[in-house]
Write a protein that binds this ligand. Structure first.
Ligand code: NAD
Length: 310
């Protein structure tokens, strides 16, 4: 990885990934791209709609990149509200980006999700290789996407790699309409109002991860020795398995008067219940040395300190 094009670079992951990659590989070697651009954006950037294959091709060619990190997508809750749009963007965009990787011989990364699992998947210690029958459009897209990436590897030799991300938690860029977004909102509301109303019910466990661990995982996987990669698309990775009350208990260590109430959203609750409680990351640990540095305790202390400084 020397020169990287990132699609969906203005999103929750992309905005932090681009700066992390620029610190590692140099500003001019990381090209952000999205449908829009922040006024404050520094460094190379292209407006690219991923449903337009030619636009991806031209940006990749112009900057002579050797890697695409394809992040542009519609997330789980938004995809349930607009399934057709989700299919067109999540599958069409991925196919276009893979085609460009094939034509220009680029290394390729795209994230899958715990949303690729479904209600018939084992809920605890969910294995790397297991039943995958998701019941959401987002999940259908993610399973199909994993298979498509494997297909491009076996059929054309494209160096495709991916992870199944859990819900990602960050205090930098607001999340883009996923089912685990509550785990970000709860921190903002704790600092601002000392209370939060959760749309996910008590006792609903899902996998989560702090953004620095998620970004390190991408770099580590992309730099891993290809000979050690058996699974490729896509590796289970997780750091935290938690329910809303676990976040509240951690927050109360810093803000004792914090109150958590519930007003459950049936759509997102149903999605959450169809996902695992805790996935097993051992294939990622064995094949490319995945590690996480942040548990819920350390992450909470870090986020609250950062948000209180703002
Ligand atoms: P996000 O919604 O925050 O950002 C998506 C970005 O894609 C936005 O900036 C949007 O403007 C851009 N986009 C939308 N349509 C586009 C188009 N046609 N062309 C180009 N750009 C377009 O999403 P995110 O949280 O950063 O997620 C990135 C990837 O990671 C997605 O594939 C998502 O499924 C996956 N993922 C995210 C999480 C999470 O918790 N954030 C968890 C698991 C997997």
């Amino acid at each position: 990885m020397k020169k990287i094009l990132v699609t969906g670079a203005m999103g929750q992951i992309g905005s932090e990934l681009v700066s992390t990659l620029r610190e590692q590989y140099g500003t001019s070697n990381v090209i952000g791209s999205d449908l829009w651009q922040k006024d404050t954006e520094e460094g190379p950037f292209e407006i690219v709609d991923v449903t337009d294959e030619k636009a991806i091709y031209e940006a990749a060619k112009k900057h002579n990149v050797d890697t695409i990190m394809h992040l542009a997508a519609l997330l789980s809750a938004k995809a349930e509200a607009a399934p057709r749009l989700a299919w067109d963007l999540n599958m069409g965009g991925l196919m276009n980006a893979l085609e460009v990787a094939r034509e220009l011989d680029l290394q390729f990364f795209t994230p899958s999700s715990i949303g690729a699992f479904g209600p018939t998947t084992p809920k605890r210690s969910t294995p790397q290789d297991t039943v995958m029958r998701p019941t959401t459009m987002y999940g259908v897209n993610k399973v199909a996407g994993e298979l498509l990436c494997d297909y491009y590897y076996y059929r054309y030799g494209v160096d495709t790699r991916g992870v199944r991300y859990p819900g990602l938690i960050s205090y930098v860029t607001p999340p883009g309409g996923g089912t685990t977004d509550y785990a970000v909102e709860i921190y903002y509301e704790a600092v601002k109002n000392k209370q939060y109303t959760s749309y996910i019910a008590a006792g609903t466990y899902m996998d989560m991860m702090y953004m620095p661990d998620a970004l390190n995982a991408i770099i580590k996987l992309m730099e891993a020795n290809p000979e050690r990669l058996v699974h490729r698309n896509a590796y289970n990775i997780s750091a935290i398995s938690a329910a809303p009350e676990d976040f509240a208990n951690e927050i109360r260590k810093h803000i004792p008067e914090f109150e958590l109430t519930y007003d459950v959203d049936p759509v997102r609750q149903q999605i959450a219940e169809s996902w695992p409680d805790h996935i097993d990351s051992s294939a990622a640990e064995e094949e490319w040395g995945f590690v996480s540095e942040y548990d819920i305790d350390r992450m909470t202390a870090d986020i609250l300190a950062k948000l209180r400084m703002e």
